[in-house]
Ligand binder design. Structure first.
Ligand code: GUN
Ligand code: ZN
Length: 445
């Protein structure tokens, strides 16, 4: 019989009550990938038994935290990460993004690129990602296989677009777009991946007709699927949506009329949402993916995370590669703080979000945003053990520790000064997936 792995030391996670709860001298028991107990070390020591337990002791400068959850990332845009940030959203899509995504018709190119982004995000501590693919079904299916092979947890969306898109990158008709999506969803579900699910992914209201969104909304309801899309990211985009859908009350209403706003819906950005739209998002149990690096890099706007959190809206963080140049959720945490600080600089009555809120949004908040908080997101008994072993004194660490640093200071220092070198192990369902032997990444892709 497999032993229960028992990690002993310091843990940090978020709960329903606390954005950041630190447990010192605690023990977490993990059996068959699941958390079976969380208790004080003294209590565990009373029942510890060599035959049943494999004890792993953390040192003083190490801690465990939940794996990070990237609620919005475009896998096919990874080749563009760190370049082409000289345009605003709509021009950027046409000049850089659509030409790159069109290349995913080529399956080998797709596979090589997807291997790189999945490895890179895992190394940076992303245990779950909600990926946008492209319109190409074969490439999206390959992305699912590669995620599975590498041991990551994910939602994967075949992108839908049948309007206002270039001739070389558009789906032929509503029928083709819907039937390809159904085929993708069915194939993914049939494969019964333990940790990969399909997500309905209309790109945004500009590139989908109402008829297409209606059909996708029906499909999501019929099969109880997740949904992801973009909303209110830039002012130009909002203006164009107003012109394209004059019969709708507002941007959210375009999606809501189609049945796309559900408790499994994650909306990217939402910078320019009205009070009424936010109220409806909350009512419907949908969520927002805040992508701060992208919002600054392509100059979309300043999202008010404090407002959404205080209204009780579920908010996760996203990298939005490649509108955001960094695939790291640590970058997303830091940049979210800076974006919120900008609001305080403009208005001193604004209460900025802190390391505690961003930690929650990168972990538990992300799991709530993707409606997978019954499975992962924190260290509750019964959940799968998706976790990071963080070491602040590992080789290459850029974090220096001082005698008067408190446990919370260590976590703060990791958020602000840490990087992937401090992430020593990445557990998904109890397995250190960085140790997996996976096919090599082709250097030329
Ligand atoms: N940031 C971002 N916004 C979008 N809106 C529609 N498509 C995209 C995209 O690929 N990236
Ligand atoms: Zn995006």
């Amino acid at each position: 019989m497999a032993k229960t792995q028992v990690y002993c030391g310091m843990f940090v996670h978020s709960t329903k009550k606390d954005y950041m709860r630190i447990l010192q001298n605690h023990a977490i028991g993990v059996k068959e990938g699941k958390i079976v107990f969380v208790e004080e070390m003294i209590k565990f020591q009373l029942k510890a038994n060599e035959k049943e337990h494999e004890v792993i002791k953390l040192n003083n400068n190490e801690f465990l935290m939940p794996g990070m959850i990237d609620t919005h990332i475009h896998a096919p845009q990874y080749p563009n990460a760190g370049k082409g940030l000289d345009q605003g959203l709509l021009e950027w899509l046409n000049k850089y993004t659509f030409p790159t995504e069109a290349k995913f018709k080529e399956l080998e190119f797709a596979k090589n690129t997807y291997r790189k982004i999945v490895r890179r995000t895992l190394e940076n501590g992303t245990t779950t990602a909600s990926y946008y693919g492209t319109i190409h079904i074969d490439a999206c299916l390959a992305l699912c296989d590669i995620i599975e092979e590498n041991g990551q947890r994910a939602l994967v969306g075949k992108v839908n677009m049948n309007a206002n898109s270039p001739d070389y990158y558009i789906e032929e008709s509503v029928d083709v777009s819907v039937s390809e999506t159904k085929k993708f969803v069915d194939e993914v579900l049939q494969k019964k991946y333990p940790r990969v699910l399909p997500i309905i992914t209309p790109r945004f209201a500009i590139s989908c007709s109402q008829q297409l969104m209606d059909a996708l909304g029906l499909l999501a309801i019929e099969k109880d699927l997740h949904v992801q899309t973009h909303i209110s990211e830039t002012e130009d985009e909002c203006e164009m949506v107003g012109k394209l859908y004059p019969e709708c009350e507002d941007y959210l209403d375009v999606y809501d009329k189609a049945g796309l706003i559900r408790n499994k819906t994650v909306l990217g950005h939402g910078i320019y949402l009205s009070d009424k739209e936010r109220k409806k998002i909350k009512q419907k149990g949908a969520s927002i993916s805040h992508c701060p690096n992208s919002n600054l890099s392509i100059r979309s706007g300043i999202f008010n995370a404090r407002q959404c959190l205080s209204e009780g809206i579920k908010v996760g963080l996203g990298t939005d590669v490649s509108g955001g140049y960094s695939p790291s959720m640590m970058d997303a945490m830091r940049t979210a703080i800076h974006v919120s600080n900008m609001l305080t600089i403009k208005d001193r009555t604004h209460k900025p979000i802190t390391h505690r809120e961003v930690f929650m949004m990168a972990t538990y908040g992300g799991s709530q945003a993707l409606a997978i908080d019954h499975l992962v997101g924190n260290f509750e008994v019964g959940k799968e053990f998706d976790a990071l072993l963080v070491s602040l004194d590992c080789p290459g660490s850029q974090v220096d520790i001082f005698d008067d640093d408190t446990p919370e200071d260590l976590v703060q220092k990791f958020i602000f000064l840490g990087d992937n070198r401090n992430i020593q192990k990445v557990f998904v369902n109890g397995e250190d997936v960085l140790q997996r032997k996976v096919p090599d990444v082709c250097p030329k892709a």
